[in-house]
Ligand binder design. Structure first.
Ligand SMILES: [Zn+2]
Length: 323
């Protein structure tokens, strides 16, 4: 079957001002039409040229160092035929990639099993995209073993991109939950940082929340900021987006301007919030009083975009706050 090559470079990105986000640059052609081919996975898992990504308890085998690393892809093994598996797509050379969910990590390679939060920023776009897709699909399959319509057992279908109810045939597709995340600034261009009660004191980030049914993204930004810190915002502008499969989010980044900076915290979702100038942020980071979101996250990139430089440049790289 002839197939037009799919290139993702430049697709839908011209209007984003936050580019090259970790996990967001997957390069494979997902070749979704091939998922319906009967026996696609069994055939690919018999072909030694197929490249397999194995996920075990949220970790994959990674080679390399902290200056740059890659997924350790392998040929199919006999036991893969009995595992949860997903067809991930094709590269430019038509090599097929398959994700499998394994049971036990090889203890002789303990050091090489790494999770996506740890290595997402170090991997190539291809590998970060593969890892994020496998992680997201594995999370979804793990929690959708039963039909939400009738309660019967569901079974994987379409090369891992569908689950079918064994009783009534209802089709269940993998879910992605849209979440907005927003860098709110005031008239003096100070940034709003806040802490969830789930986080240790000293860890702050920009606000975020899930989009509700019947709600636009811009309305979700305004509602979340108002609910969590009592601030009315305007000038809501899109920045960029990042798959965040922990377990199933798509983070949609925005900027927004506060009409009035007076904070009225809800004390349930947010227990601490503060406006910071760039000088205040730098001083807090240098003093070790501020744990900024990890480098892999869109939150970190949004804070750095506002600050105007990577946070690492104002902190000792050996400090835990620099990571
Ligand atoms: Zn059912």
């Amino acid at each position: 079957m002839s197939r037009a090559p799919l290139t993702l470079e430049g697709v839908s990105r011209s209007f984003e001002s936050l580019r090259d986000l970790s996990l967001a640059g997957g390069t494979l052609d997902r070749a979704g039409l091939r998922r319906r081919e009967p026996e696609l996975l069994p055939l690919l898992l018999k072909d030694p040229l197929t490249r397999v990504v194995e996920l075990v308890a949220g970790c994959a085998l990674v080679t390399g160092s902290d200056s740059g690393c890659g997924l350790l892809l392998r040929s199919p093994q006999e036991q893969d035929a009995h595992r949860m598996a997903f067809f991930l797509g094709l590269d430019a050379g038509d090599t097929a990639y398959v994700g499998v969910v394994g049971e036990v990590r090889d203890p002789s390679e303990a050091e090489a099993w790494r999770n996506l939060r740890e290595v997402g920023v170090l991997l190539s776009d291809r590998d970060a995209g593969l890892f994020a897709t496998v992680q997201g699909l594995a999370n979804w399959h793990a929690t959708h073993g039963y039909c939400s319509a009738c309660g019967a057992v569901t079974e994987p279908s379409q090369a891992g991109w569908l689950r079918l109810c064994t009783r009534d045939g209802t089709e269940h597709y993998p879910r992605t939950d849209p979440a907005v995340i927003m860098a709110v600034t005031d008239a003096a261009d100070r940034l709003l940082l806040a802490r969830s009660p789930r986080w240790q004191p000293g860890r702050l980030s920009v606000l975020a929340g899930f989009v509700e049914p019947g709600e636009s993204l811009e309305a979700a930004v305004a509602r979340e900021v108002l609910e969590e810190v009592g601030v009315v915002v305007e000038e809501v502008c899109y920045l960029g987006n990042q798959p965040w499969p922990f377990p199933s989010s798509l983070m949609l980044g925005f900027t927004a301007r506060a009409v009035d900076p007076v904070l009225r915290l809800d004390h349930e979702e947010i227990v601490e919030a503060v406006w910071v100038s760039r000088a205040e942020l730098a001083a807090l980071v240098l003093a070790g009083r501020f744990a900024i979101s990890p480098t892999v996250s869109i939150a970190r990139r949004m804070i750095e975009r506002w600050y105007g430089a990577p946070i690492d440049q104002i902190v000792d790289p050996a400090s835990p706050f620099g990571r």
